[in-house]
Design a protein around this ligand. Structure first.
Ligand SMILES: NC(=O)c1ccc[n+]([C@@H]2O[C@H](COP(=O)([O-])OP(=O)(O)OC[C@H]3O[C@@H](n4cnc5c(N)ncnc54)[C@H](OP(=O)(O)O)[C@@H]3O)[C@@H](O)[C@H]2O)c1
Length: 407
């Protein structure tokens, strides 16, 4: 049986107030973590936050919350220091990973987007902190490294993704041996029923119009391509110690059932709720406690029916690409993730069509053979090589489509 990152035992009771660090505080997850700090002022103490570049947005979000601040990008950090709006609370020469290494804390919420979240995840794991992990890319890129670091450091890694949180909520108090299979639900995104031919011409605004969730731009694009679900399959593999054949995906357009587990006696357990990340975030921060949260409870009679169907892999090739990379292992998931980040960034800039995202990822994986990952530097080297290859493929595609356009 594979080892699992999810603790399969009650997380330790920590004294309150819990000292919380929020990484990616300007993001969708980061903002909701700040909401929770405001909602539980006696039980959660915000000790530090980080952002990448948008320090002005952070200044307006903190609205009087006294906390240490790290800005990851050096040029943005200098600009924030020159503006002086955080005073001595702005830490010089400190990025997210250095912040996690230095600050006295109990819980780290990792709300960074992309592979950049891996180093701070590893820092929290090495220090034996509780990690409320939204940054799924950490596990896609460095699942085995995180597992080794958390094992050595004694960290508790609790998922924030609503699907994996649902699995954790169903598993609370159960032994690993009782778990047979997980079933991750996917909304299917905005293009679930669009005629296939129309996928060629969808606009960026249509890609970003997610039917059920309000999220940051990268995960919203990933939800439209279903790469998000593919990344979540790899995340579930590392979190729950399951083989890929025991991780299923079903389309559930309502997003009410956040995911299910099948136990070895055949019982299926599900967690249901409104599409609202505050609950899974609080569940992870508190170490699987149930604090009062006036989350809008579901009215089953209003829901009426729950619908499920199989994902259409012709429509959503990214799901199979991710599953295949997960099965191959080694550097394959790293390269998949890097190519996806490059393709999504190009799509968001207007340099790539939606329909070309999967082709960039497939082209990158075809060109680069997978190898083993001994350590973080090997992972980062594979990431960099895949980014270079994907950037070249994006350039070629946009040249080709410019040529087509001018004919
Ligand atoms: N949003 C959701 O509801 C949701 C649900 C489940 C899982 N997740 C996962 O949670 C993570 C965050 O998603 P999100 O939607 O909150 O993203 P988001 O709104 O785009 O926010 C991303 C945050 O990461 C920071 N960041 C970006 N690039 C960085 C870099 N290179 N180094 C350090 N920090 C960087 C950004 O800082 P700046 O603002 O300064 O650029 C921002 O604070 C993703 O892994 C996503 O898959 C999100």
């Amino acid at each position: 049986m594979r080892s699992a990152l999810y603790p399969f035992r009650r997380p330790r009771q920590l004294p309150e107030p819990l000292r919380v660090v929020v990484l990616g505080a300007t993001g969708s997850i980061g903002g909701q973590a700040l909401d929770l700090v405001r909602r539980f002022p006696a039980r959660l103490e915000l000790v530090a936050v980080s952002v990448h570049r948008r320090w002005q947005e952070l200044a307006s979000r903190l609205r009087g919350l006294p906390t240490l601040v790290a800005v990851d990008d050096p040029a943005a950090r200098d600009a924030a220091a020159a503006a002086g709006c955080f005073g001595a609370r702005l830490l010089p020469a400190t990025d997210s990973a250095a912040l996690v290494e230095a600050v006295a804390a109990d819980v780290v919420v990792n709300g960074i987007v992309g592979a950049a979240g891996l180093s701070p995840t590893l820092a929290a794991a090495r220090r034996g902190l509780r990690l409320a992990l939204a940054n799924k890319e950490s596990l896609v890129v460095g699942g085995d490294l995180v597992q080794a670091a958390a094992g050595a450091g004694g960290a508790e890694v609790l998922p924030v993704d609503s699907e994996h949180s649902a699995v954790a909520q169903c598993l609370c108090g159960r032994a690993r041996e009782e778990l047979q299979r997980v079933i991750l639900t996917a909304s299917g995104g905005p293009f679930r029923e669009l005629p296939l031919a129309r996928l060629q011409t969808v606009t960026l605004a249509e890609v970003l119009a997610h039917p059920t969730w309000q999220m940051g731009p990268k995960i919203t694009v990933d939800s439209a391509t279903l790469m998000n679900k593919g990344l979540e399959v790899i995340e579930a593999h590392h979190l729950f110690g399951l083989g890929y054949e025991d991780i299923d995906v079903v389309i559930h357009p309502g997003s009410w059932v956040h995911s299910l587990v099948q136990l070895r006696d055949g019982a299926l357990l599900a967690q249901l709720g409104a599409p609202d990340m505050h609950l899974p975030l609080l569940y992870a921060i508190t170490g699987e406690q149930r604090w009062p949260l006036a989350a809008s409870a579901l009215d089953l009679l209003q829901l009426g029916n729950l619908h499920f169907h199989a994902p259409d892999t012709e429509r959503f090739p990214c799901l199979d690409l991710a599953r295949q990379a997960g099965r191959t292992g080694g550097t394959a998931p790293i390269m998949l993730n890097a190519a996806n980040e490059v393709a999504v960034a190009a799509l968001l800039r207007g340099d790539l069509r939606y329909i070309d995202v999967a082709a960039i990822i497939a082209g990158t994986l075809e060109r680069l053979p997978a190898g083993p990952v001994a350590d973080l530097s090997a992972a980062m080297a594979a990431d960099a090589e895949a980014r270079r290859t994907a950037v070249g493929l994006v350039k070629r595609r946009s040249r080709d489509s410019a040529r087509r356009g001018s004919c």
